[in-house]
Design a protein around this ligand. Structure first.
Ligand code: NAP
Length: 487
């Protein structure tokens, strides 16, 4: 057998996808890799988000690595802290922790003389392959509200929750009613002295009860792990068969989702004035669909009010709305979302001939099948542009992408191939196919959301999740420039 080329691989990010890639590399016998992590802990979004009420609105049995079922999930939709512990546990038991360089943000990655030079505060290191695993919703977006800095009480973003602040007996102001704001309101409503929810745009809410798993279930799953796999497949079929289909094509799935959202609002909110406030003027699922069990109930608890007047400014003691009303508050929470287009930001990535990723993406982030970008040889992205991320398990997506990367690494380590990058034409054609499919999706039915890019089009995968797996089932050599040793 011909001698294999030794590959040195850098992964940026030790969240769900970075850990996944590390495990897959290790299993494939590619042991020479290093994971750079800016923080001092693994987990990415599950490390950063610790707000009250945090769960994952994708069922935990499915929001798990397929290679590491977890009988211990406490709920159908388990709390964020459990999910964080799960990823940490996988990283620990698979020996990934020792491969991570914590507290080391990557400043830049440059492709020079056939290798990637990764620069951190500690200096430069060279790698054959660069894999970005930097997540999607990582950079908090702070609202530009006049006077926000003058608020005298604690004020923090939902992804930077300040647990030193006691909420007992406090009047809380909550700005934002996306998936995060809804979970916080559902948890705090009725439990604090006052909760004022500042809603700019109402959300459709899909009714989502969250039962606990019984002790017996856990015991059975521990005894017969195959049952976990059945649970995984069950929830995969439900999620991929209904919500994931509903968003990308008209049909009974879309009608069911729409009906259940409307019925949920009607049955849960009897007060007509409140129902009017909570009724969106756009199609369900156009914005990222909110799944929640107790939201409407929480909004009707004593001490909770929903304010729909626009926010005019913030002063030392509260929020002033456009109707001149001053809402007195002790704590202000900003559930105002993330910069969804930040990708590798603030890391600078420089490919061939000095081309930066920023330049390549001047018209908006785009990639070949969500994983690679022309002009950036031997660079792969996990959860890159147009990944199927709306109401889906990102875990299976990262696994699919990591498997695909492995197939290319097999070529690279064979020694005959030095570098690979997608061609401009294949990438262009793929992105044109995406554009052509977008009109079928629910995301273009007339709403504003973090899904939309600079050109006003959703930066999402407009087909069923199964198509993503098909597209990434193996390298299509004709779509790549393959640089061989002789070149
Ligand atoms: P988001 O969906 O972007 O929502 C931000 C909210 O803040 C919106 O209601 C927005 O109003 C409001 N807002 C922003 N700027 C404002 C301003 N200046 N004044 C008033 N309101 C303002 O952010 P998110 O709720 O953090 O959720 C982001 C994504 O994270 C979700 O869509 C989801 O993908 C993910 N997430 C997932 C889970 C899960 O369980 N899996 C949980 C939480 C979050 P407009 O609607 O008018 O813009």
């Amino acid at each position: 057998m011909a001698e294999q080329r030794a590959l040195r691989i850098a992964i940026v990010g030790a969240g769900m996808s970075g850990i996944c890639m590390g495990v897959k590399l290790q299993d494939a016998g590619l042991d020479d890799f290093l994971i750079y992590e800016a923080a001092d802990e693994v987990g990415g979004t599950w490390r950063d988000n610790t707000y009250p009420g945090l769960t994952c609105d994708v069922p935990s049995r499915f929001y798990s690595y397929s290679f590491r079922p977890n009988p211990e999930w406490s709920h159908v939709y388990s709390p964020g802290s459990e999910i964080q512990s799960y990823f940490r546990q996988v990283a620990t038991e698979r020996g990934i922790l020792s491969r991570i360089r914590f507290g080391t943000p990557v400043e830049s990655a440059r492709y020079e003389q056939g290798r990637w030079m990764v620069t951190t505060a500690d200096g430069d290191e060279r790698f054959d392959v660069l894999i970005t695993a930097t997540g999607v919703l990582r950079v908090p977006r702070y609202p530009a509200i006049p006077g926000l800095q003058t608020f005298a009480g604690p004020c923090f973003h939902s992804a930077r929750w300040d647990h030193s602040v006691s909420l007992a007996g406090k009047r809380i102001g909550l700005i934002g009613t996306g998936s995060t704001g809804v979970q916080i309101a559902a948890e705090l409503g009725g439990k604090v002295r006052g909760l004022t929810v500042f809603q700019r745009t109402p959300q459709w809410v899909f009714p989502t009860p969250n039962p606990r798993y019984s002790r017996l279930t856990t015991v059975l799953l521990r005894r017969w792990p195959a049952l976990c796999r059945i649970g995984y497949r069950f929830w995969q079929n439900v999620f991929e068969g209904i919500p994931a289909r509903a968003v990308v094509e008209p049909g009974w799935q879309r009608r069911i989702m729409v009906t259940l959202c409307r019925v949920n609002l009607r049955l849960s909110v009897r007060d007509l004035e409140l129902r009017r406030k909570l009724t969106p003027g756009y199609h369900p699922m156009c914005k990222r669909q909110v799944f929640a069990g107790h939201y409407y109930r929480a909004l009707q608890k004593p001490g909770v009010q929903v304010v729909t007047e626009a926010i005019d400014n913030v002063d030392a003691t509260g929020v002033v709305t456009a109707d001149g009303v001053h809402h007195e508050l002790d704590v202000l929470v900003l559930a105002t979302g993330f910069d969804a287009h930040a990708y590798v930001h603030p890391m600078t990535v420089v490919g061939e001939r000095g081309l930066t990723l920023e330049e390549a993406w001047a018209e908006g982030p785009h990639a070949y099948r969500s994983v690679a970008v022309p002009g950036f040889p031997n660079m792969f992205m996990l959860i890159g542009p147009h990944s199927p991320i709306g109401n889906q398990s990102l875990v299976i997506i990262a696994e699919t992408q990591a498997e695909y990367v492995l197939r290319w690494l097999d070529h690279l380590r064979s020694g005959q191939v030095v570098a690979v990058e997608p061609t401009d034409s294949a990438t262009k054609e793929y992105n044109e196919d995406i554009k052509a499919a977008l009109p079928q999706t629910v995301w273009v039915t007339g709403c504003n959301s973090w899904y939309l890019g600079k050109d006003g089009l959703p930066e999402l995968f407009p087909w069923r999740p199964g198509r993503h797996r098909e597209l990434l089932s193996g390298p299509e050599l004709a779509h790549f420039e393959v640089h061989t040793a002789e070149r």
